[in-house]
Design a protein around this ligand. Structure first.
Ligand code: FAD
Length: 385
């Protein structure tokens, strides 16, 4: 593996870094969503949203290596998060691959600009890990599909204008064969969204109910009953994200700073050798993740499809994140109970927040158990459980 950037990649990196340095957002007024939206618009106007998208759809046609550089530079600059990530990461690329010319014309540009926000309606109360068991029904009626059913854990549904919705269109067919992929207007009559409050107090995801919702047939993506193939394309885009290992190293640094700041008896926690050993262990794991990430990147640069490294990374980075945030709580002791805005909160209460939030990452996008199954079957060659 060559760790140097090519001249073009280096030019890309410098262009982005200079732009980010010149355009860092300040303390703009408004709530967090408004601030993120403002930042998104600014980045979009400068052509820095959806860099991996083809140029004809408003992207930069960035190479794989440039996408990695992009992720790193964004993490380095600690910019606010962009909005519409489900649209930009999932719905848009899926439509570019599978959509009709009319669908591309209608939807794609407004995804990138975040004029229309998207959500992903896959999971149901009895269909999460095994999403192909979904029961939401879509029945043909003239020029429409009529949708009835319930989805759950739908991120951003409360802000969304559109949803990529998986529905059962042939209940008699084997479960993967009777599914269709619809684009549903979230403002249609019969759509109800109920926010769910998470353990952190945020409400980022929702329950969605569909009662006789009419969806025009021209909003079907791919063939009727062949929606599983389209859904898999979306999941491939979801799993193909690269660069996760690096933020772990940054987190170890933050944890070291915390250990040096908090005191136990007459010394800092850092002066306790068992604390340093624990931090060294985290640092080793974070480095191992970085190289697993590089291994995945090498594979992709050679034109091979994403391999099981994706599952190894997802499993280990989410579990390491959880263990590191739990260790921060041990370091904080009683201060671990103080959250944002409390007068004596350390680091403005970010650690208890992160500790509570880190559970979600071991579930979202495929649970740790599911990732272990994949590693067991595809890497270790164990029989299916
Ligand atoms: C923060 C967050 C955001 C999300 N956003 C979205 C979204 O926008 N859209 C969307 O559609 N979904 C979303 N989800 C849902 C997510 O995809 C599901 O939670 C996930 O796939 C697990 O499904 P489940 O919750 O139904 O759990 P289940 O599948 O019911 O699993 C319950 C438990 O059983 C275990 N288990 C299940 N099957 C097996 C097996 N075969 N072998 C071993 N153990 C097993 C699981 O690991 C888990 O511990 C989100 C979830 C989270 C946490």
């Amino acid at each position: 593996m060559d760790f140097n950037y090519s001249p073009e990649d280096e030019a890309f990196r410098q262009e982005l870094r200079s732009w980010l340095e010149a355009n860092q957002p300040g303390d703009e007024p408004g709530d967090e969503w408004q601030r993120r939206l403002g930042w998104h618009r600014k980045m979009h106007a400068a052509g820095w949203v959806g860099v991996s998208w083809p140029r004809e759809y408003g992207g930069r046609g960035a190479s794989l290596m440039q996408q990695v550089i992009y992720n790193r530079e964004m993490a380095r600059a600690k910019t606010p998060q962009l909005v519409n990530m489900l649209g930009i990461g999932l719905a848009g690329p899926t439509l570019i691959h599978w959509g009709t010319p009319e669908q591309k014309q209608r939807f794609v540009a407004k995804i990138l600009s975040a004029e229309e926000i998207w959500c992903q309606g896959y999971s149901e109360p009895n269909a999460g890990s095994d999403v192909a068991s979904l029961q939401t029904r879509a029945v043909e009626d003239g020029d429409y599909f009529v949708v009835n059913g319930q989805k759950v854990w739908t991120t951003d549904a409360h802000r969304a204008d559109w949803c990529i919705l998986l529905c059962r269109t042939d209940p008699a067919a084997p479960k993967h064969k009777g599914i269709s992929y619809l684009l549903v207007d979230m403002h249609s009559p019969g759509v109800t969204v109920r926010p769910l409050v998470q353990i952190t107090g945020d409400s980022g995801f929702n329950e969605m109910f569909f009662e006789d919702v009419k969806v025009p047939k021209h909003n079907l993506v791919g063939e009727k009953n062949q929606g599983w193939q389209v859904a898999i394309t979306t999941l491939m885009f979801e799993r193909a994200s690269i660069g996760g290992g690096l933020s772990m190293i940054e987190q170890v640094r933050e944890l070291v700073a915390l250990a040096k700041a908090v005191r136990r008896d007459r010394a800092t926690a850092w002066e306790d050798s068992s604390v340093r050993q624990k931090l060294a262990q985290f640092a080793c794991e974070a480095e191992a993740l970085k190289y697993t990430d590089y291994r995945q990147l090498t594979r992709r640069l050679k034109g091979m499809p994403p391999g099981p490294e994706g599952s190894v990374l997802k499993l280990n980075s989410s579990e390491l994140n959880l263990r590191m945030n739990s260790f921060a709580m041990e370091l904080l002791g009683p201060y671990g109970q103080l959250t944002e805005k409390a007068s004596f909160a350390i680091d403005n209460g970010k650690w208890p927040y992160r500790m509570l939030a880190s559970r979600a990452l071991t579930i979202a996008g495929g649970t740790s158990e599911i990732q272990r199954n994949i590693v067991g079957e595809r890497v270790l060659g164990l029989p299916k459980g």
